[in-house]
Design a protein around this ligand. Structure first.
Ligand SMILES: *[C@@H]1O[C@H](CO)[C@@H](O)[C@H](O)[C@H]1NC(C)=O
Ligand SMILES: *[C@@H]1O[C@H](CO)[C@@H](O)[C@H](O)[C@H]1NC(C)=O
Ligand SMILES: *[C@@H]1O[C@H](CO)[C@@H](O)[C@H](O)[C@H]1NC(C)=O
Length: 544
């Protein structure tokens, strides 16, 4: 005992943790191409390399490094001071953000600056910054092979080393496990480290399945011996792992809330160069085999199959390195049901997420043969919220020679990545209220989302569009929309505008599309795009 105490005193807590966490990690460069693990969009490279200057130097000097020419380029050098926004010493001027607050601050906060700052910490990289600032050590290692656990406020983000999770009792659970708070019981999670029990208990205020890691970590106990060395583990997960409590994987709005939070968590955890590597293990905290129409998106984060609780039922599992990421339904989290300060838009975090996903799924913006606006109409094949006079509406705008109109149905027969390709090359995206509108996350900067009718849920996609920084438009004149019936909630005996179908006035529809078109055409980024596009088209002709 005396020796342990001595060791505690010799290493001051925080320093030892930092040392342990910052131990040079060598990403899996040995197999496959070296540097492949970086795989980031070009625009993100300055921030990434700024965080890992030794790697930048190595790459700049290494002929085999695929980023060598990028680093040498003028545009990179111009943005060399860029930073994500949460790093120590990252100034406001240099950070990756373009959020703005065109709406008034009066009645909300004291000044314009306060409004900008509020948005930044609610919905931009300031959110990541605050998670990092709040992070405290909950179980403190005293020897190099010890376990560790550190978490942000209310246990919304945690990371740990050499932790044991005992799933032995799960074999006896016959009911399906999803959104359960009793997957683990007392002592079924722990590590060999000095536990700050009171500190941990102080953060147990958000006990709800998808709000925090409280339901699991309240049972954390100190183990007598380091679990891996003691040989108590049936399975040792060597790869960096994410345990995820996901929302509804069949719904794009909800599932992308999982992915956005996972992406934000990569940043919270970004203390070594392999932070965006896909050589990771994902464990979904459910007994269901993971399946989702959006499953391809997981490839952005992990190249290995997704495990679930069945995979490990009956086993004692040890994680060398585990992240418990930010959750989809945190109180004041992102982005489900969160009140975001009025008047502000364009979160750098959302923009970076969008670029990251599109880059890794290889969804590109294509060169266009002409300057017509690309209009995509999302048609629903569902029972409710169908557009009754779709043909008539389409027919009207298709006559406009300045529009290239297409009607799509984003069903199971069109692979998700193909859907993204269409969205990415759309200037005006039109659709009824519904999860498919989450595609707005992947529209170009200059695009407009036209939510044909919000069905009395006016803020959901308006706010998401605001976060992502794309223009939003919806039906303006209630007397020109014609519901098929009153709309009745299928379970509750009440009227509900989401449960019927609608017809729309054609002239008014055309007018609103025109309004969206004017916005897109006037957008500086769109004009820039057209110029580059024209140059490319000419070049292509020359080459032929
Ligand atoms: C911010 O705006 C500038 C100027 O329009 C642009 O060059 C830059 O790419 C934008 N950055 C982000 C993160 O959107
Ligand atoms: C795991 O749990 C089972 C059943 O509760 C128990 O018998 C076993 O000792 C536990 N194993 C460890 C390593 O704690
Ligand atoms: C989280 O950060 C730690 C410490 O830098 C790192 O070792 C680990 O691989 C990261 N985890 C994931 C899942 O990326």
């Amino acid at each position: 005992m005396g020796r342990v105490r001595g060791a505690v005193m010799a290493f001051s807590g925080t320093i030892v943790v930092l040392l342990l966490l910052l131990v040079q990690y060598i990403p899996s460069a040995t197999c496959g191409k070296p540097y492949e693990y970086i795989n980031l969009p070009k625009a993100h490279l300055p921030m990434y390399f700024k965080r890992f200057p030794a790697l930048e130097k190595q790459c700049a000097e290494d002929e085999t490094c695929p980023y060598r020419t990028v680093i040498a380029s003028q545009s990179y050098q111009n943005r060399k001071e860029g930073c994500w926004g949460y790093e120590e010493g990252c100034t406001e001027r240099n950070r990756y953000a373009n959020h703005s607050c065109p709406g008034s601050h009066i009645g909300y906060v004291k000044s314009k600056q306060a409004q900008l700052d509020t948005f930044y910490s609610q919905a931009d990289f300031g959110f990541v910054r605050d998670q990092m600032r709040e992070t405290r050590i909950m179980c403190e290692p005293q020897f190099p092979h010890d376990s560790s656990l550190e978490c942000s406020k209310y246990l919304r983000f945690c990371r740990g080393r050499n932790l044991m999770l005992n799933f032995t009792d799960l074999v006896r659970r016959t009911e399906p496990l999803r959104y359960k708070m009793d997957v683990l019981g007392p002592g079924q999670i722990g590590g060999h480290c000095r536990l700050h029990g009171e500190r941990l208990r102080d953060e147990l205020q958000h006990i709800s399945p998808l709000q925090s890691w409280g339901p699991e970590l309240r049972f954390f106990e100190r183990l007598e011996r380091p679990p891996i060395e003691a040989g108590v583990c049936d399975v040792v997960i060597e790869r960096p792992a994410f345990i995820m409590k996901i929302d509804a994987a069949i719904n794009m709005y909800h599932h992308f809330c999982d992915f956005l939070n996972l992406y934000a968590s990569l940043h919270v955890n970004l203390s070594h160069a392999g932070g965006f590597d896909t050589d990771t293990q994902v464990l979904v905290w459910e007994s269901f085999t993971y399946a989702s129409p959006f499953a391809d998106t997981f490839k952005v984060f992990s190249r290995h199959p997704i495990a679930d609780l069945k995979t490990y039922a009956g086993k004692v599992v040890c994680f060398k390195n585990v992240v418990l990421p930010l959750l989809p339904r945190m109180i004041f989290g992102l982005y489900y049901n969160t009140p975001i300060i009025y008047g502000c838009e364009n979160s750098g975090l959302f923009h970076a997420f969008s670029e990251h996903v599109l880059h890794r799924l290889k969804v590109r913006m294509t060169t266009r043969p002409d300057e017509r606006l690309r209009i995509t109409f999302l048609s629903r094949q569902t029972r409710y919220r169908r557009v009754l006079n779709e043909d008539e509406l389409m027919g009207r705008i298709a006559k406009n020679p300045n529009y290239a109109v297409q009607r799509v149905s984003y069903g199971h027969d069109l692979p998700f990545v193909e859907q993204l390709r269409i969205t990415r090359n759309t200037d005006i995206f039109i659709g009824m209220h519904g999860a498919g509108l989450t595609h707005l996350l992947f529209l170009p900067k200059w695009a407009t989302l036209f939510e044909l009718y919000h069905c009395e849920d006016p803020n959901c996609y308006r706010d998401l569009a605001r976060l992502r920084g794309v223009h939003y438009l919806t039906w303006e004149r209630d007397q020109l929309v014609y519901p098929e019936g009153e709309g009745k909630h299928p379970e509750r005996d009440e009227r509900h505008a989401k449960f019927t179908n609608y017809a729309f006035d054609v002239g008014e529809f055309e007018r609103l599309v025109g309004k969206a078109a004017t916005y897109v055409r006037g957008h500086a980024e769109f004009q820039k795009f057209l110029t580059t596009n024209a140059n490319r088209a000419v070049k292509r002709k020359d080459e032929l």
